[in-house]
Design a binder for this molecule. Structure first.
Ligand code: 1HN
Length: 346
């Protein structure tokens, strides 16, 4: 391995000249920018416990009215990424959002893409591009880049969901911004998961000949996903994972451009060994409990807990109980694939 020159070896006057000219030598930075064999990972495996998140979020509900917040969100800040970090992993923003009965989170759209994963409460809804989506525990709802969306609450108890956004990526490109809008009239029709895209393998006939809409399916009800995982668990051998990807039913591709979404089931007594990959991820436990071993660190998770896994991490997930566990995963594999540097390591 080459022994590279340091900044201190250079004459002070030369360093000052470079600095005045807004120039910098690469060689002292070379190894930090491009280390051999493995990236330098500042993001840490980290667990956010629901028993911490929930009371802190309910307290935010007492302290800050929604008119003062626009969105009442607590950010999951990865401790490895610095005290002011707004990132759960280098690419993934995760927030926990509270909406109280009768509250309304006003219409806007933005360049980052977002999703909601519903954690608790009944009666919440999101209107996305005029489509009114009920929010039930475990439902995935997309708000892709540029689509108008607003949230409301017609129920009686607090509603909490997890937001995942590609904001760290879009922000790093200095392309993140939002636009305020007028309240949408939600359609009276049920959302497309209950009408046009009710079953896998079926799409509206007219879509065969037409230009396909970008985001035909906005809501993926947990009831259907859970049922599909349970059915699949009966035929997948014990050494393989029971995992389903959320896709665009018209294209078969990942349902959003930068972040990818999947759900997995850990059968009783199962140890899942996901392949080591270049993507980072955030996992959220919808049901059950388990243990994740991430680069040798053990994380014990229970229902509604959320944890981060760094890029290139070695991961095992164990379910030592006699009940199945269900996890929802957000990762940045779609972006890495499109940009051509996604890797899996056997
Ligand atoms: C946002 O617009 C929402 O629309 C949630 O509910 C979380 C986090 C950062 C920036 C914008 C929402 C957000 C957000």
């Amino acid at each position: 391995m080459l022994e590279l020159g340091t900044l201190e070896e250079l004459p002070r006057a030369y360093r000052e000249a470079l600095s005045n000219h807004h120039l910098a030598p690469l060689w002292p930075l070379m190894r930090a920018a491009l280390p051999y064999d493995m990236p330098i990972r500042r993001a840490r495996p980290h667990l956010w416990k629901w028993t911490d998140v929930r009371p802190d979020l309910l307290r935010a509900g007492e302290l800050t009215p929604l008119e003062k917040a626009e969105r009442r969100v607590l950010i999951l800040a990865n401790p490895g990424l610095g005290p002011d970090s707004i990132r759960a992993t280098p690419s993934i923003f995760i927030g926990m959002q509270l909406i109280l009965p009768g509250e309304f989170a006003p219409t806007h759209k933005h360049s980052p893409s977002a999703i909601r994963m519903v954690i608790e409460g009944e009666g919440g809804y999101t209107i996305v591009r005029g489509e009114k989506c009920p929010m039930e525990k475990g439902d995935l709802i997309l708000t892709p880049s540029g689509l108008w969306h607003e949230h409301g609450h017609e129920g009686a108890e607090p509603v909490i969901w997890m937001d995942a956004l590609d904001l760290p990526v879009v922000g790093a490109l200095e392309c993140a911004y939002a636009v305020e809008g007028k309240s949408q009239t939600g359609s009276n029709q049920p959302d497309a998961s209950q009408t046009r895209y009710l079953r896998a393998g079926l799409v509206p006939y007219s879509s065969l000949g037409q230009r396909r809409p970008d985001y035909p399916l906005i809501r993926y009800p947990w009831r259907d996903v859970r049922e599909a995982l349970v059915a699949m668990s009966g035929v997948v051998d014990r050494n393989s994972m029971v995992q389903l990807a959320y896709i665009n039913p018209e294209t078969g591709a990942e349902c959003m451009p930068i972040l990818g979404f999947s759900a997995m089931m850990l059968r009783p007594g199962e140890t899942a060994r996901p392949i080591r990959r270049s993507s980072s991820a955030v996992l959220h436990c919808i049901e059950g409990q388990g243990e994740a071993l991430i680069d040798g660190e053990t994380i014990r998770f229970a229902e509604s807990d959320t944890f981060a896994t760094p890029t290139h991490a070695e991961i095992e997930i164990l379910n030592r109980t006699s009940k199945p566990a269900f996890l929802f995963q957000v990762d940045d594999a779609p972006m890495q694939r499109k940009l051509g540097f996604y890797e899996e390591f056997q």
